[in-house]
Design a binder for this molecule. Structure first.
Ligand code: SF4
Length: 398
């Protein structure tokens, strides 16, 4: 591991061989052509994206032919249990995957916005970008907040120095006084006072460290911030505070966000759109409210029944029986069938494709949802959205 990548910690630069954090990026880099087709409001467009761990006959498919997209200033939630491939997917897209992870197919186009002359867009294909191109956009255009702030921040360097290093590396035009002022401003944005700059990470609470991670991620005004379970290790009160602050910041600065969590009820409150992953595959995609009010996939329903809602009525939590499958030994047909209470004979033989339903951009991979007249869809998986408005019956009095 290079000394440089160690020094600044892990807001974005989780890959030992990369030195994005400490490499000057003010140089002009001609970005890899992202291919044909204007992206417009779309900031990220991922198609047919696959990741394996290992090579040859020992390879295990961790992400399988995933399609997803994200528009500017929007929040995409990625939900699923541990091992479902959520983190592998985003580390693959951002090219932060560690060996033996290998991208085995697909594309991930990132839209940096209009060209300087206002004509056309600067689009980079992240899958084919070289290290120099990646360095030019990491942190300044795409940043990541990792799960554990304690392991991501450098334990032997004061917080202020870690801000100093990031700004010095990426903002050559800033002097020392400006860098200190910017670090103070960033801390204030996440509710921390300037004196925290003089502390070491171990002198701060878990919530304070995670706030510092978020402040570091925002240091260069990125267009896309990826949050990989940023509040999982925190108590619920601190989690709530940080989430609220985060969304205030997003409203204020307008960055797009990908938020990864296993807690689907949390995502419902935060995201515009949600994708649900299981065994490396997208099982369902829908707007957050639609997914919450009218789930179509039994796995989504199981996740919703596994966490208490943030608001509203209390309900009995039922969870999902069994455990996620071993990726080296996936069940045939629908990979969820050994745990699915609605499994039919067909489910263990044929793999359901992800198909669009309803024409509103939502899709699902389940044999229950293919309009087969011989299959009765259970009421809990066929609710309408939006819910029909109840009409008052006015009794006539004569
Ligand atoms: Fe369950 Fe079958 Fe649908 Fe898979 S395809 S989720 S096993 S009903």
């Amino acid at each position: 591991m290079t000394t440089e990548s160690v020094e600044v910690g892990g807001v974005v630069n989780a890959e030992p061989s990369t030195t994005a954090a400490t490499t000057a990026v003010n140089e002009t880099v001609v970005l890899h052509d992202g291919g044909d087709g204007a992206m417009g409001e779309r900031i990220l467009d991922v198609r047919d994206f696959s990741v394996d761990y290992g090579w040859g006959e020992n390879a295990v498919r961790a992400v399988d032919s995933v399609d997803l997209h994200l528009d500017r200033s929007k929040v995409l939630g990625i939900a699923g249990e541990s091992g479902s491939g959520k983190s592998t997917l985003v580390y693959g897209i951002t090219r932060l995957l560690r060996a033996p992870g290998v991208i085995t197919g697909g594309e991930a186009r990132f839209n940096l916005g209009p060209n300087d002359d206002g004509r056309g867009e600067r689009v980079i294909d992240l899958v084919n970008a070289n290290e120099r191109e990646l360095r030019a956009i990491r942190w300044s255009s795409i940043s990541i907040v990792l799960q554990s702030a304690l392991s991501a921040l450098n334990p032997v360097i004061r917080v202020g120095t870690q801000f100093e290093q990031v700004l010095k590396s990426h903002r050559k035009d800033m002097g020392k006084v400006e860098r200190r002022a910017r670090a103070t401003e960033l801390l204030a944005m996440v509710g921390l006072s300037e004196d925290r700059l003089n502390r070491f990470p171990h002198e701060l609470s878990g919530g304070q460290r995670q706030r510092i991670m978020i402040a570091l991620a925002l240091a260069l005004d990125p267009q896309l911030v990826i949050m990989d379970e940023p509040t999982t290790a925190l108590d619920v009160v601190t989690q709530r505070e940080i989430i609220s602050e985060l969304f205030e910041l997003r409203k204020r600065f307008g960055f797009a966000m990908i938020f990864i969590t296993h807690d689907l009820s949390l995502l419902v409150e935060l995201a515009d759109e949600i994708v649900v992953m299981y065994a490396g595959v997208l099982m369902e995609r829908a707007s957050a409210l639609e997914l919450y009010e009218a789930p179509r996939h039994p796995y989504t329903l199981g996740l919703l029944n596994s966490f208490p809602p943030m608001h509203g009525e209390r309900k009995v939590l039922s969870g999902i029986p069994g455990s996620p499958p071993d990726l080296k030994n996936l069940p045939g047909g629908c990979t969820f069938h050994p745990r699915c209470p609605y499994a039919m004979p067909r489910c263990s033989i044929e793999t359901p494709p992800l198909v669009d339903i309803g024409g509103t951009g939502r899709s699902v991979a389940c044999w229950l949802q293919v309009n087969d007249p011989d299959v009765a869809v259970p009421v809990e998986l066929s609710r309408s959205y939006p819910r029909p408005v109840a009409t008052d019956v006015v009794e006539e009095t004569s």
